[in-house]
Design a protein around this ligand. Sequence first.
Ligand code: CTP
Length: 396
Amino acid sequence: MFKGKKVMLGVCGGIAAYKAIELLRLMVKAGADVSVVMTASAREFVTPLTFQTLSSNPVHSDLFDLYQEKEIGHISLADGADLFVIAPATANIIGKIAGGIADDLLTTTVMATRAPVLFAPAMNVHMYENPIYRRNEKSLRELGYHFIDPAFGALACGYEGQGKLPDPEAIFTAAQAVLAPQDLAGQKILVTAGPTREELDPVRYLSNYSSGKMGYAIASAAVQRGAEVVLVSGPTFLSAPAGVELVPVVSAEQMRACVLSVLPSATAVVKAAAVADYRPLTVAEQKIKKNDAELTVSLEKNPDILAEVGEKKQGQVVVGFAAETENLLKHASDKLKRKKLDLIVANDITQSGAGFDVDTNIVKLLHADGRVEELPQLSKDEVAHQLLDRVVALLH
Ligand code: CTP
């Protein structure tokens, strides 16, 4: 979403101004060309040099300096932007913009831009709850300005409550959603993620190395693109992406029940979960004690959830995953046909930069019509968007 995009990052005076540095770093890493506008009070908290060094662009603060330039500075900043992010946004700046006041570079530039604007407010909880602030935020929202709600927690002023600047990652995701095409609006996407755990006794289970990262990235990207998303997830250490309905499950049987109950109302299903193919035939009621003999555990087959989805689908687009260690294309295309899929995402987990618990993936996309697309090594977020581009095409 950020590649080649011009982003204006407005930084206001607040203790959370330092978090804007990490936000800037995330956007630059994602390929954005970021220019920073600081208010005079922001400069009391963080130095412009930090932003300048990390953005490789001059930092702007003074309305009148820019008037000396050939172009009218605030107009060229406003016109050139694809997105404005104001983080932290104080009650003061939000009030001024809501009231049409443009008395410094940031407010003037925001007033002059036609780009979408995302505010990340941060303030004392009583200020945040103040009806004057609430009215200003409401009127900006009604005019199409975007907001990410502040987080709850201990505030720098000593109070506890809502008013903390959200984590830079959360603001980054919200900014990505503002830039994303809303091409999945009106669609309901069912995503599965993570491993399943198959209980052996009260203290042990069979499972696999899946981290859930790929499925969570797909769920998050689908929400950004306007979809309603149900994420059925086995146990992971990840938090639910904002806006996603998370249904936590443990075993393959539980995952199957959830998937089949959501399936009729879904328009697309993406099964990124690493489902255990077998489960212990019996679950010991008490902890299995060791003795000198070898232990043999009998396993029975779990249901193949995706194959069942392929049988029961009624017009849904169905996407599967194939994580393989050998004969990638052959195994993946067998699964595509056997499970009646529209698309399968195949990856060779022996390659570095692909597979479980890494942040990147190297995948091939096999289509039901025989086409095979090879994608380069991409972040899991990028793979998610590439995959959703294909889902959008299939839905239409
Ligand atoms: N899958 C599923 N239910 C299962 C096993 C797999 O829904 N019991 C889904 C996975 O979510 C994935 C696809 O099927 O989208 C392929 O999973 P994979 O484990 O690679 O394939 P299997 O069919 O289990 O075949 P094998 O283990 O022999 O590779």
